[in-house]
Structures are given as structure tokens and as C-alpha cells.
Design a protein around this ligand. Structure first.
Ligand code: GDP
Ligand code: IMO
Ligand code: MG
Length: 432
């Protein structure tokens, strides 16, 4: 009964979508269990490129059951748009899609709150959210008083719930935005719009907690698709510059409803360098020619917001921490091809803080801001790696780089990716 988790070990965009798509073939069920439409997962099938925000990346493989579990926050319009876009591209087999009736639903007030709140951290630096209403929706979920779950939208009380929330949210938004910028929300309009979404989504709504427990008990193979990356985990990441869910391995159980006993493989996804989109500390950032070269070669622009991603060297202190935190068995090293053409490549092996060297990842953002990375420099390589199909095709310095990353992170490398296509993947170990 293998349960396999795919977890990003950096700040997101590690190419999780590509690996989930590849592993889907060996699984019966693929599950998104946290985050929402802040995710942008790219899957390439032949020459076709798909960008998925809410639907699991398994949706491109016919016959596989795709589940959006209760820990996700769902923007219904985005979900329907994604289904429509896939249908227009002849991906139409959604009979096996299940959306939890427990998912919390994103409403227009969440989007409005996200826009206002992002500019008002006490820290002085903006989080730089994706503007998808993620934080405000999770806050209402935990706060309980103003939350609406998908299952609520099929009850007689739904209209009243919307009216109640709109009344309060208008007052809150007006206080936050000031009377001049504030445009009141209209309860009846929102109710009508969301009732229509509910109707269209109805065929997919299910008790996915019960479904997944039943599948796991029957020994079916379940693949968990993490969104974001472990450094964005609300409890264990670079708080407050994080997302609002548990995006490290620790979030799989609470988001899906499946206990840890059903997880027996955790694959950590690591970019061969680092990238971050949005605010927050980034010790190995290269705000210079090297960073620009990586951005250009890796096409490092946000899948969701199109923002240029900040780029830098691989941070083995951070990845070792997140690999331990997520219980990673092996890593996939992605976008190795992007580093071709550099004279030398660097890996951060320790942090220097107040004159002391350490490989502990600091728990407070102020300390992370102050650390000075200690680098190990390795020879670069000039060869194009995109045609490599096995390890023997890689130049010796690229092999040495992989070897060192594995040693520093403390787990074996299971896969190496040298391009976005399925075929541009080198498997080193038997896949889970
Ligand atoms: P995710 O959010 O973790 O699924 O990652 P994104 O889709 O946001 O970003 C990864 C990007 O890298 C996508 O555009 C992929 O098509 C692309 N990609 C995936 N693997 C490779 C690779 O090995 N090399 C290169 N050059 N691009 C890759
Ligand atoms: P995938 O799944 C990269 C970042 C945002 C911002 C912070 C909080 O594609 O890897 P949010 O909208 O979640 O409140 O924003 O988190 N962020 C991501 N960065 N990849 C993602 O998803 C991200 N999802 C959120 O840029 O800094
Ligand atoms: Mg992404």
C-alpha cells in the first residue's frame, strides 16, 4: 500500500508538477491536500504545456483518480476555469475527480483582504503574496465565525451565511481600506454567483476523507502532491514570509485526513539552485549577473503571477533542514541543465552568524537575514545537458555537484531532471 509524497524543499517552483506527472503512472490516486490557486505546477506532455493551479497534476493521466482534499482552499471560479481550459484541450475525463466537501471556499472578501493585508506586515517588508486570497481564507477557517466550506453551499442556510459574512466583511474592509477606496460587496450578487459555481461543481463533491481512508485500507497506491515548498510552511518556514498552510511534509496528514502509517515514501524536490518569488530573506540570493544568468536560462518567472523570481546558489543548510523536517527518503534534483555555462558553481554549506559557523537553519527571520553564507566552490561545466538520458552522459563536474549535494543534504539522489519534458529525466534508483 505505497503512499508517496512529493514535497518541494525550497521556496516553491522546484518542478514538483513534472515529477508528480511522472509518478502518476505508478499510482491509483493523486491528492492535492494544501494550498490553493497560489500554486502553479507545470506539466509537459509531448509538446503540450499545462499549468495547473488547483487540479492535481495527475489529471493528465487517464484513469487515475484525482482528489482535492479538505486541507485545500478552493477558489471555485478558478477550479471551473481550469476544468474548462483542459476540456478545450481535449482533456475531458473528469469522472474520477473528487473535491472534498470540507474544503474552505475563497470568496471575493478574501481577495480584497489579501490585497490590503499584504501591504501591512509589521515587519516593514511585504510578503508579496500571490493575491489569491489564501491567507484570509485560512484565517477564517481557523477563526470559524466567517468560514464557508464547500459542503455548506448545498444547504438551505447558504444564502444566510453569505449575507451574514458580507455584512461583517464590509465593515472590516471599510475599516482597513478607508471610506475613499472601499467598494461595498453585495451579498445577493455573491450568493447568486457562488450558487451557480456550486451547481457546476456538484458532480465532483465527495467526502474525500472517507474515500482516501477506504482506498488506503484497500492497499491502493496514493500519491500526495505538495504545493509550495517546505521553506514556505506556516509553522516551520521563514515566518512570516510563508504561505498559510503546512507545505512541508508535516502537512500531508492533516490536509488529506490520512494518518502517517499510510506514508512510506517521501521524495524531496530540489532545484539545482535556489529561487524565491515574493518577499523575505534569501541568504544565497545572487542579485547580480549570476542571478540574472540563472533567471534567463531557467526562465524563472512566476507561473501564477509572472513576477521575475529571485535566484541564487543552492542552500544546503536550508535543504538539509527541510529534508529532515519532511522525512525525505531521497531527492530529485531538477533543472540541472540551467547551471551549464557557469565557470564555477557554489553551494552554501554553513551559515556564519555572530562569528559562529553553524548548519542549523535559524528559527527567527531576523537571524536568517543576518546570516552570511559559507560557500564551497566547485568547477562548473559548459556542456548542454538537455539531451542526457543517463548518468554516464553527464560531464564529470555535474556528477561531482550531484554527489556533493547528496552528501550535504544527507539523502540519496533518486532522479535528475535536465529539461521540462518527461523524457528529460534520469532515474537513478527504482522510483517509489
Ligand atoms: P512547481 O510549482 O514545483 O510544479 O514548478 P513550476 O512549474 O512553477 O516551475 C518549474 C518550471 O521548470 C516549469 O516551467 C517546468 O516546465 C520547468 N522545468 C521542469 N523541470 C525542468 C528541468 O529539468 N529543466 C528546465 N530547464 N526546466 C524544467
Ligand atoms: P508552487 O506550488 C512559489 C509564495 C508567494 C509569497 C508567499 C505567500 O507553484 O510551488 P500566498 O499567496 O500563498 O499567501 O503567498 O508564498 N508562494 C509561492 N512561491 N511557488 C508557489 O507555489 C507559491 N505559492 C505561494 O510568492 O511569497
Ligand atoms: Mg510553481
Amino acid at each position: 500500500m505505497p503512499g508517496t509524497c512529493v514535497i518541494g524543499l525550497q521556496w516553491g517552483d522546484e518542478a514538483k508538477g513534472k515529477i508528480v506527472d511522472l509518478l502518476t503512472q505508478q499510482h491509483d490516486v493523486v491528492v492535492r491536500y494544501q494550498g490553493g490557486a497560489n500554486a502553479g505546477h507545470t506539466v509537459m506532455v509531448g509538446e503540450e504545456v499545462y499549468k495547473l493551479s488547483l487540479l492535481p497534476s495527475g489529471v493528465l493521466t487517464p484513469g487515475v483518480t484525482c482528489v482535492i482534499a479538505g486541507g485545500v482552499v478552493l477558489h471555485p471560479e478558478k477550479a471551473l476555469q481550469e476544468l474548462d481550459e483542459l476540456s478545450a484541450r481535449q482533456i475531458e475525463d473528469f469522472d474520477n475527480l473528487k473535491i472534498s466537501d470540507r474544503v474552505h471556499v475563497i470568496y471575493p472578501w478574501h481577495l480584497a483582504e489579501d490585497r490590503v493585508l499584504d501591504k501591512s506586515t509589521s515587519d516593514g517588508e511585504n510578503i508579496g503574496t500571490t493575491g489569491r486570497g489564501i491567507g484570509p481564507c485560512y484565517r477564517d477557517k481557523v477563526g470559524r465565525s466567517y468560514a464557508i466550506r464547500l459542503g455548506d453551499m448545498y444547504r438551505d442556510t447558504f444564502r444566510e451565511q453569505v449575507q451574514h459574512n458580507v455584512g461583517v466583511k464590509n465593515e472590516i474592509l471599510q475599516a482597513m481600506m478607508g471610506t475613499k477606496n472601499f467598494k461595498p460587496l453585495h451579498a445577493e450578487e455573491i450568493y447568486t454567483q457562488y450558487a451557480a459555481y456550486a451547481e457546476r461543481l456538484q458532480p465532483y463533491v465527495a467526502d474525500t476523507t472517507d474515500y482516501l481512508l477506504t482506498q488506503a485500507e484497500a492497499g491502493r497506491r496514493i500519491l500526495f502532491e505538495g504545493a509550495q515548498g517546505a521553506l514556505l510552511d506556516v509553522d516551520h518556514g521563514t515566518y512570516p514570509f510563508v504561505t498559510s498552510s503546512n507545505s512541508s511534509g508535516v502537512g500531508v496528514c492533516n490536509g488529506s485526513g490520512l494518518p502517517a502509517r499510510y506514508i512510506n515514501n517521501v521524495l524531496g524536490i530540489v532545484k539545482a539552485y535556489s529561487s524565491r518569488v515574493g518577499g523575505g530573506p534569501f541568504p544565497t540570493e545572487q542579485d547580480n549577473q549570476i542571478g540574472q544568468q540563472i533567471r534567463d536560462q531557467g526562465n524563472e518567472y512566476g507561473t501564477v503571477t509572472k513576477r521575475p523570481r529571485r535566484c541564487g546558489w543552492l542552500d544546503a543548510v536550508a535543504v538539509r533542514y527541510t529534508a529532515r523536517l519532511s522525512g525525505v527518503d531521497a531527492i530529485s534534483v531538477m533543472l540541472l541543465d540551467v547551471l551549464s555555462g557557469l565557470e564555477e558553481v557554489k553551494i552554501c554549506t554553513a551559515y556564519r552568524l555572530d562569528g559562529q559557523e553553524s548548519n542549523r537553519f535559524p528559527s527567527h527571520v531576523d537571524d536568517l537575514r543576518r546570516v552570511e553564507p559559507v560557500y564551497e566552490t566547485l568547477p562548473g561545466w559548459q556542456e548542454d545537458l538537455t539531451q542526457a538520458t543517463n548518468l554516464a552522459d553527464l560531464p564529470a563536474p555535474a556528477m561531482a555537484y550531484l554527489q556533493r549535494v547528496s552528501e550535504l543534504v544527507g539523502v540519496p539522489v533518486a532522479m535528475v531532471s535536465v529539461g521540462p519534458a518527461r523524457s528529460q529525466t534520469i532515474a537513478l534508483h527504482e522510483l517509489p
